[in-house]
Design a protein around this ligand. Structure first.
Ligand SMILES: O=C(O)CCC(=O)C(=O)O
Length: 376
């Protein structure tokens, strides 16, 4: 089964007889790449047998001591997994409010305050000090606050050092992206009880990684091929210099869903997962997801592009018309994956990269000079 915005996969059951095509078997310079999810699941089934593990289509395993080989065989671009022995090794695992107050109390960050429903959320720029004061009020189903900030760690690279090492990110082709268009890669998410993300698939359809520093996150994870249940507004772009399509659903799966308005959403199948302090969740390419913090929770999100999902990401970049497939040389698919990515990036119009550099500077200036005095 193949996923994309026009694909479908109704049930999670899979037909192990169906042969699939791997990303090695076709020519990216000639035709669009559609990830073959069923093939990936079939590979996973074979490998579960090999590793003598049981198959459960309703759960996400918690693993420690997971080798890179087994991660690739069982989970990467196939099935979510919670890894329990990465976050405890980060300096970030001892982050506290005092740590941020002492070092960055007057620095400005981006947050969302919600009175009512998720769609009513309003973005604010506030200092850490003000945010913590607000956070102290707690939250309820109808009033909560969420720092969702990707910019702070860009201005403070020392923060990024605190969320290392991560062995599952050793191969990450995003490092080849020029500065201006490399997606911000360390989002700090700090929320009151009841805070939550949107229901979405990530930009460029990358693999998402979330590490909980403290607190508890509940996730709803939707296996690939269910785009047609999500009511995604078609053809909406993210507005990034390196354009991509936006896959944000208007539905809040942690609130009462208006089934008159969104009847097909009733058919969407999902897996529920609880992610606790010190745990890292890896969500594969193609899975819609939504997070809900049932208590005050601090987490960090990042993303992965590696040999198992890089063609999905390059396809998204082509789909959003950053580069014509015709520009790729015929030998493109014969190159090793990292060389394909480097060549692809070198063909992007220089204007896109220039715009990216400019935008990064502009956003930083806007945050630093903001006079946001709006009521929280
Ligand atoms: O932790 C959250 O609120 C959501 C994070 C997320 O969905 C992501 O990183 O893609």
């Amino acid at each position: 089964m193949i996923f994309s915005l026009v694909s479908s996969i109704k049930k999670l059951e899979i037909d192990i007889e169906t042969p699939g095509t791997s990303q090695l078997d076709f020519n990216f310079s000639k035709q669009p790449y559609l990830f073959d999810y069923e093939c990936a699941l079939n590979d996973r089934l074979d490998m579960l047998e090999h590793y003598q593990r049981t198959y459960n289509s309703r759960s996400v395993e918690k693993r420690s001591g997971l080798s890179l080989q087994e991660f690739g065989d069982l989970y990467d671009s196939k099935w979510p997994v919670i890894v329990t022995d990465v976050v405890p090794n980060w300096s970030a695992s001892s982050w506290t409010k005092d740590f941020f107050l002492e070092r960055y109390g007057d620095e400005r960050i981006l947050l969302q305050a919600v009175e009512g429903r998720l769609v009513d959320g309003v973005g604010h720029i506030r200092t850490f000090r003000e945010f913590f004061r607000h956070l102290q009020r707690g939250g309820s189903q109808k009033a909560w606050t969420y720092m969702e900030d990707e910019m702070f760690s860009q201005a403070h690279p020392e923060i990024k050092k605190d969320v290392e090492p991560n062995p599952y990110m050793e191969e990450n082709f995003f490092k080849f992206f020029p500065d201006g268009i490399r997606p911000w890669d360390c989002m700090i998410l700090w929320g009151s009880p009841y805070s939550r993300s949107t229901l979405h698939m990530d930009p460029y359809n990358w693999t998402a990684i979330s590490g909980v520093i403290y607190g508890k996150k509940h996730w709803k994870l939707y296996p690939p091929g269910q785009d047609h249940y999500m009511y995604i507004e078609p053809k909406v772009k993210c507005g990034f210099p390196l354009e991509c399509y936006k896959y944000n659903s208007p539905i809040d799966a942690f609130d009462k869903v208006d089934h008159w308005r969104y009847p097909n959403f009733l058919n969407a199948e999902y897996i529920e997962v609880e992610q606790r302090t010190g745990e890292m969740l890896i969500i594969p390419t193609g899975w819609y997801h939504q997070a809900f913090n049932s208590e005050e929770t601090l987490s960090v999100s990042t993303q992965l592009m590696n040999r198992n999902n890089y063609l999905v990401i390059l396809e998204e970049i082509i789909k959003a018309k950053n580069l014509s497939r015709k520009k790729l040389p015929p030998h493109f698919s014969t190159l090793l994956p990292p060389d394909q990515v480097k060549l692809f990036l070198s063909l992007l119009p220089k204007e896109i990269i220039r715009k990216g550099d400019e935008l990064n500077k502009k956003i930083r200036q806007q945050i630093d000079s903001s006079e946001d005095k709006s009521e929280l």
